[in-house]
Design a protein around this ligand. Structure first.
Ligand SMILES: CCC(=O)SCCNC(=O)CCNC(=O)[C@H](O)C(C)(C)COP(=O)(O)OP(=O)(O)OC[C@H]1O[C@@H](n2cnc3c(N)ncnc32)[C@H](O)[C@@H]1OP(=O)(O)O
Length: 259
């Protein structure tokens, strides 16, 4: 376990865990948290053993957005722009991680906290969770790329409504809109998140990475005609791996049926 000032991280059995940890301010993001998150992501981008990364907070909050008090000390657009862009770039890097990413939300995920949620592949939320793009309530817009990602996830009408009204929605509504993928009982929340995450940890890490590459390429507008080549390369890359050879030999030896 690695304890920083604003984050607690650990890696085990192919899963990396990042806990937002500023409980006194409901895990609000300040510049120190941005720097620590950049540090972790820079290291984990290179780690090919990681098959899943889980971002989480605590029972009260996933993340309450940007640190309103700290950012209020910044007055000009020239000064605030690089701060917003820095976090937007970081969320883009999270969305482009080669492993599966999961936002595990207990309590509140609002403002920039909801932007972080949209940068992950999956959102698991406890029954008590609430989510909202509440930036408009303090008369600003999303600054970390969350509006476009929200539109991609839940479609234009629902996204425009959430963004402009700043409404905070419960998990049932968030699941209907496909902002939340799974609703989880609050008790033993992280244990249940772990069980979900373990599904994506395979003997061959290449599989998850290959499908993530396809998902990212599709999102980035790669034409469908390009995927015959991309998927043939991915499959060929897996072909020589020991896991594939052994799995086929097991099948041929025992004539096992795939279940
Ligand atoms: C990137 C741009 C953005 O993210 S814009 C959106 C910024 N975020 C916000 O406006 C959310 C402000 N916070 C709230 O609405 C509430 O605190 C929420 C998150 C709903 C939690 O409510 P509740 O559980 O009742 O806690 P509380 O209000 O008593 O807060 C506890 C202490 O934490 C603080 N806190 C909370 N959120 C932030 C924040 N984003 N930035 C800075 N401080 C925050 C509260 O001020 C409170 O502090 P204190 O204990 O009164 O000293």
């Amino acid at each position: 376990m690695f304890i920083m000032n604003t984050l607690i991280t650990h890696k085990k059995d192919g899963i990396g865990w990042i806990q937002f940890h500023r409980p006194a301010v409901r895990n609000a993001v300040n510049q120190e948290m941005m720097a620590e998150l950049e540090h972790v992501i820079t290291e984990w981008e290179q780690d090919e053993t990681l098959q899943v990364v889980v971002l989480y907070g605590d029972e009260k909050a996933f993340v309450s957005g940007g640190d309103v008090e700290a950012f209020h000390q910044i007055h000009t657009k020239e000064e605030i722009y690089p701060v917003m862009k820095r976090m937007g770039d970081l969320l883009q890097r999270i969305s482009e991680l080669k492993c599966i990413t999961i936002a595990a939300v207990e309590g509140i995920a609002v403002g920039g906290g909801c932007e972080i949620v949209t940068s992950c592949d999956f959102c698991l939320a406890s029954k008590k969770a609430k989510l909202g793009m509440i930036q408009s309530r303090i008369a600003i817009t999303t600054g970390w790329g969350g509006a476009s990602r929200l539109m991609n996830k839940i479609g234009k009408p629902n996204a425009l409504k959430m963004l402009i009204t700043g409404e905070v929605i419960d998990v049932e509504r968030a699941k209907e809109m496909q902002l939340v993928d799974e609703v989880i009982e609050s008790s033993h929340f992280l244990e249940k998140v772990k069980v979900f995450a373990q599904q994506f940890v395979l003997p061959s890490p290449m599989i998850g990475r290959a499908y993530k590459e396809v998902a990212l390429a599709l999102e980035q507008g790669t034409p469908l005609s390009a995927f015959a080549k991309i998927e043939a390369i991915n499959c060929a890359d897996c072909w020589e791996a020991e896991e594939h050879v052994q799995a086929v030999e097991r099948f041929l030896a025992k004539r096992n049926k795939v279940d």
